[in-house]
Design a protein around this ligand. Structure first.
Ligand SMILES: [Zn+2]
Length: 236
């Protein structure tokens, strides 16, 4: 049972603060559908449940709302079964928003189009997003290059070493973490957690990213090439 993103809930005022109108891709028929809840059954003020048939395929979807506060439904979490379909946004997308909110909106649109099965529009939006990202990160001289050339130019204009250089002093003998290694007993949960976060970020930057990129590249290289529409028509 997975969380339903808050943006899917269109209305939550009519039924004592519970979600009333939820717009989702139906996990059964995979079409966009508006689930209108008629009633929730609440248990002990802590959890509420309802089953709503999909207006398109008529198969029921179970919604479960976990209420964090007895008096207020402000911080409730909505779950559904079967799990929601579609791709979720990347973790840390707020950094993209900080870099450029128009780029973050392009990314949101690309996901939305993809999740609606609009493959062509999704792909064009992704290309637009990549062009925008490259232009945002590159110096003036490179901004008018075609996308492939822009991507090649990125490592020259973006300081890829900076994340590593920034954290190195923390681990030096006099650094925040380095100092604490002398006395293991002085290390508290916060420090252990931060150090683990740091290690995970490094692993993801140095090992996971190159590995998954290589994997993706080989998946792209071995994928069957779809026939062009014109080519299949002339063959028929
Ligand atoms: Zn359905």
């Amino acid at each position: 049972m997975q969380v339903v993103d808050d943006t899917k809930v269109r209305s939550r005022f009519s039924i004592a603060g519970h979600p009333q109108v939820i717009e989702l891709i139906c996990p059964h028929c995979l079409k966009e559908a508006t689930f209108t809840v008629k009633a929730w059954s609440e248990h002990a003020g802590q959890v509420a449940a309802t089953e709503v048939p999909c207006p398109r395929c008529n198969i029921g979807v179970l919604f479960l709302e976990l209420l964090d506060h007895r008096d207020s439904h402000d911080e409730s979490t909505l779950y559904m079964h079967p799990d929601p379909v579609g791709r979720e946004g990347i973790a840390g997308v707020e950094h993209l928003r900080t870099l450029s909110s128009p780029l973050a909106r392009s990314y949101d649109s690309a996901l939305k189009l993809y999740n609606h099965g609009e493959w062509g529009s999704a792909a064009l939006t992704v290309r637009h997003l990549l062009e925008g990202l490259a232009t945002r990160l590159l110096g003036d001289a490179q901004r008018d290059l075609p996308l492939a050339r822009q991507l090649e130019a990125l490592p020259k204009d973006v300081d890829l070493a900076k994340p590593l250089q920034d954290i190195a002093p923390l681990l030096a003998p006099g650094g925040t973490f380095g100092r604490q290694f002398d006395d293991e007993t002085s290390i508290d949960q916060v420090t252990a957690e931060q150090l683990l976060d740091l290690a995970e970020q490094l692993i993801s930057y140095l090992v996971v990213l190159p590995g998954t990129m290589a994997e993706l590249k080989s998946r792209i290289a071995t994928a069957p090439v779809p026939l062009r529409r014109g080519a299949s028509n002339s063959a028929a």
